[in-house]
Design a protein around this ligand. Sequence first.
Ligand SMILES: C[S@@+](CC[C@H](N)C(=O)[O-])C[C@H]1O[C@@H](n2cnc3c(N)ncnc32)[C@H](O)[C@@H]1O
Length: 245
Amino acid sequence: MAKTCDEIDNAASGLTNTERVRSIFASIAPGYDAFNAVASFGIDRLWRRNLVRGAGLTPASAVLDLAAGTGDLSLALAKQGRPASVLGTDFSPEMLEVAARKGAAYDGPTALRFEVQDAQALTLQDTAFDVVTVAFGVRNFPDRAANFREVLRVLKPGGRYVVLEFSRPPFAPFRALYHFYLNVGIPLIGGMLTRDRASFVYLNRSIRCFPAQEALAEELRAAGFREVSWRNLTFGVVAIHTAVK
Ligand SMILES: C[S@@+](CC[C@H](N)C(=O)[O-])C[C@H]1O[C@@H](n2cnc3c(N)ncnc32)[C@H](O)[C@@H]1O
């Protein structure tokens, strides 16, 4: 039987997936923002802004941002969405250190803070949040079902899970070009900016192995979310899925 993407990656590294992902982000944390800006040609900011616009925030919203990394989405949520609070979480203290530095310069109405949390096993109260967000995190969770269970637990009834993630461009010639860029361009740029080419080979694979739009929507429905929908951005390079508890 053909090996899954995870089996191939684990065999290559000798580490479990969770440990491996954590060590990858610990190692690339200092160069992560520069890599993002260069590799996405700056479009990643527009993608996050799009998520904030569609998240249905009000000044009373309590927001949980999962896999917040260096904090760009948490900050965009605070600055552009202006909800009551944003709790940015990640399981990598190294990534959150960068987020906390950037967050210290934020001076707006939203209560913004960062906290170490594993998105698959949150130590947060039931029904505490109106909106849960995640940008470029879900594809790194080895157990997505566990994450979906946790999000359903911490969301209020009627609350929304908004997921921004790399996806599958539907137009085949564009997809071929994009996959060539993933295979060749991403490890090259990542290697130059962080001196850690191997991590970007992993990241490329994690993008290629992630379920396409409809398959992710089906996983969310199967987990118990309703009114699942998605929007493609940049010809389907990324998609924003929205799911209601
Ligand atoms: C590609 S970065 C995305 C960061 C940020 N959301 C952004 O938009 O730039 C993925 C992040 O997911 C985090 N991550 C991966 N698995 C996780 C888990 N199980 N729990 C919490 N964070 C996780 C990594 O530490 C990393 O910071």
